[in-house]
Design a protein around this ligand. Structure first.
Ligand code: CA
Length: 228
């Protein structure tokens, strides 16, 4: 999962980014609204943490401009303003959630988890496919009830494939959501992470959960497991 944090108070922005990175997300920071919009044109994010009070173009304008072309990306608004009108305006403009400053970083992380799961109607913090279970809170992966050791990137790939299970995902899409923005787009690093993840899942579960889809990419599928 890749997140963008837009906040002009640099220390706060960096603190939020660090805490969300620690929670397992790839996080980019942006300190003003215009720059945020530019980034949103070229990068794919799963969720944006957006401060309303920004110099120049404020958060509300960023949100409104984003929603003209993108209804999918989740937006969580941050603001020190406690007026009801601001919350209503933000939610009406297409924000998915609202957090008032000051807030606890743990609460922010919990809301981010909840928002990124919401479209998949998942009740618990766990994502499941066949014998695989991945806890989005502890970031532990189990196969047939036994914990397996995955690297940070392997966890990111597994989480993304679990959230989109059954659908073929291209290597480019995985790169956009799992690697940092400054990663070299021509490297085969995603392929290496996937092949290592497939091997670990295969060894732990005795079946091929991640299918290579010819010409497209990869698909995680409980039903397809076994037929490779
Ligand atoms: Ca601010």
């Amino acid at each position: 999962m890749k997140l963008l944090v837009v906040e002009d108070e640099r220390m706060l922005c960096d603190t939020i980014a660090k805490s969300l990175h620690h929670a397992g997300y790839e996080v980019d920071c942006c300190y003003d609204g215009a720059e945020a919009l530019e980034r949103l044109l070229i990068e794919q994010y799963d969720l944006i943490v957006l401060d309303l009070h920004l110099p120049g173009m404020d958060g509300m304008e960023v949100l409104e401009r984003l929603r003209q072309t993108d209804a999918e990306t989740k937006v969580l608004i941050l603001s020190a303003r406690s007026q009801v009108a601001d919350k209503v305006a933000g939610l009406d403009a297409g924000a998915n959630d609202y957090l008032e400053k000051p807030f606890h970083l743990q609460e922010l992380a919990a809301r981010v988890r909840s928002l990124t799961r919401r479209q998949f109607i998942q009740q618990s913090t766990a994502l499941v496919c066949g014998g695989i279970s991945f806890d989005t809170r502890t970031r532990e992966a189990l196969v047939n009830g036994k914990q397996i050791r995955l690297t940070r990137k392997e966890k990111g790939i597994l989480e993304y494939l679990l959230l989109h299970q059954g659908r073929p995902i291209s290597q480019e899409e995985l790169m956009e959501h799992v690697l940092e923005s400054n990663a070299n787009p021509f490297s085969n690093v995603v392929r290496m992470h996937i092949s290592s993840l497939r091997k670990k899942l295969r060894e732990a579960g005795g079946q091929e959960y991640i299918q290579a889809v010819w010409g497209i990419g990869f698909r995680l599928d409980a039903e397809g497991a076994g037929k490779s």
